[in-house]
Design a binder for this molecule. Sequence first.
Ligand code: C5P
Length: 258
Amino acid sequence: MSDDQLPPSSPHPASGRTAARTAAVIPAAGRGVRLGPGVPKALRTLGGTPMLIHAVRAMADSRAVSLVVVVAPPDGAAEVKSLLDAHALPDRTDFLVVPGGGTRQESVRLGLDALPPGYDIVLVHDAARPLVPVDTVDAVIGAVRDGAPAVVPALPLADTVKQVEPAAGPGEPESVVATPDRSLLRAVQTPQGFDRATLERAHRTVKDNVTDDASMVEQLGRAVVTVPGHEEAFKVTRPLDLILAEAVLARRRLNDGF
Ligand code: C5P
């Protein structure tokens, strides 16, 4: 095992070592075109608060997370900085804002480039998943601390999934070519958690366009494991998701008594 393959250190009182410090990178530079016209998706409000602020709070709620790096729309870093200044966030967490890129992958890489030394565990969390519960965040961090180089929260699928061939033209039917065994499929969420050296190597090495960071680690041939995801960690993508997110928030507020 080479140095950069070693798992991050775990809390080990007997050896006097401290727990690996954890930072979260939040890519928030997407336009969110599937939600319809308007401001960038991360700046849309839920319960009167921008989605991005919910996502930042979801990471900062974990006592293990001591730095949050927000990757803003390329021309929106100043706006995002003032948004963070204007909302109450925990004192024990530091925040950085950097401008993002043209793809999610590039935005995450720009966030990683801004990470100071001393953080050995990195979470990557979509701003578009504002309601992930802290227990899910802590489960991901715990599995990385236990030695997994890459961890994804995952849920079984409700729907049967078909693999299709691309249609011959717009409006033409697609041919179904396979029905993968649903019991072996998982829908994965964020935050995804990584040993920092492994994630940085993945971003240096893998050039294909991918939709999540764990698949880059898979391409390196390193192990990726799952922890249970949560139905409230869903991604706000389409207009119906906004309605669901508002309903989840309203229920939380009722349960919290405010
Ligand atoms: O487009 P998608 O829903 O997959 O985006 C997932 C996350 O990646 C969102 O939080 C979005 O803001 C972010 N993103 C980004 N930079 C891009 C495109 C997407 O930070 N160029």
